[in-house]
Design a protein around this ligand. Structure first.
Ligand SMILES: [Zn+2]
Length: 235
């Protein structure tokens, strides 16, 4: 093993650390963008539901208006006919019909008022929601732009780092590189740790003296038997 293998692996580790940090940041930015977009989509769906509700309320309103008009016509016709009765019996019958028609009309007018109230409620809810969407869209579009720009910048930096990494990796002994990748692949943190006063700098397990000597000699790479990191004595 060449003497500078550990140095090169440490440089690789530094690049990997920087790539990892930027990738985490990209994920955080993406999550924030997704969250804002999802909020707007939820509001859009609520708008669609409210528009459908308004349409149905307006259909009820038109129906109630027709019922009231028909009720008024019926009442007028029956009132006119009640003027032309010839005796008490006919008078009583006509009167009962007029009363029934009046009751029907009153019920229809109540329904019309309810429908007008429903329409007013649905209209104002829709206006509120549309105002809310418009202001949030303004508010979020700036933030979405910032998130996008920052993500792009990070992705460019990651691309540069990946390039640096592959150049660096090419110049490292293949077995050392494979060991590094294997160790790193199984963990979230660093693949290398220093030997610190006879213990593993990652898990603090005591390393046997003989193994310490092998690590200091620097001819082969040694992994900690407890946590699996590659141990080194470089500063
Ligand atoms: Zn260890």
């Amino acid at each position: 093993m060449e003497g500078n293998t550990v140095e090169s692996l440490l440089q690789l580790q530094e690049i990997d650390g920087s790539i990892g940090e930027r990738q985490n940041r990209v994920r955080t930015l993406r999550a924030e963008s997704d969250q804002l977009v999802a909020e707007l989509e939820t509001l859009e769906k609520e708008t669609i539901a409210l528009k459908a509700r308004l349409e149905s309320v307006e259909a009820d309103l038109r129906h109630a208006e027709r019922t009231v008009q028909a009720g008024r016509a019926t009442l007028k016709r029956l009132q006119a006919r009640a003027q032309e009765v010839h005796n008490m019996r006919e008078h009583a019958a006509a009167r009962a019909e007029v009363d029934a028609a009046r009751q029907n009309l009153e019920a229809a007018e109540d329904e019309l008022l309810d429908a007008m109230q429903d329409q007013e409620t649905a209209r104002s809810a829709l206006a509120d929601l549309e105002g809310d969407i418009a202001s949030r869209r303004d508010e979020y579009s700036d933030r979405l732009g910032e998130l996008d720009a920052e993500r792009q910048r990070l992705e460019e930096e990651i691309a540069i780092d990946l390039d640096r990494r592959s150049n660096k990796a090419l110049r490292i002994d293949e077995r050392a590189r494979t060991l590094y990748d294997t160790v790193r692949g199984g963990r979230a943190d660093n693949a290398l740790a220093p030997l610190v006063e006879g213990v593993c700098g990652h898990c603090y397990t005591a390393i046997p003296l003989q193994t310490q000597q092998v690590i200091r000699a620097g001819r082969v790479l040694v992994v900690c038997e407890t946590c699996g990191v590659i141990l080194h004595t470089s500063e």
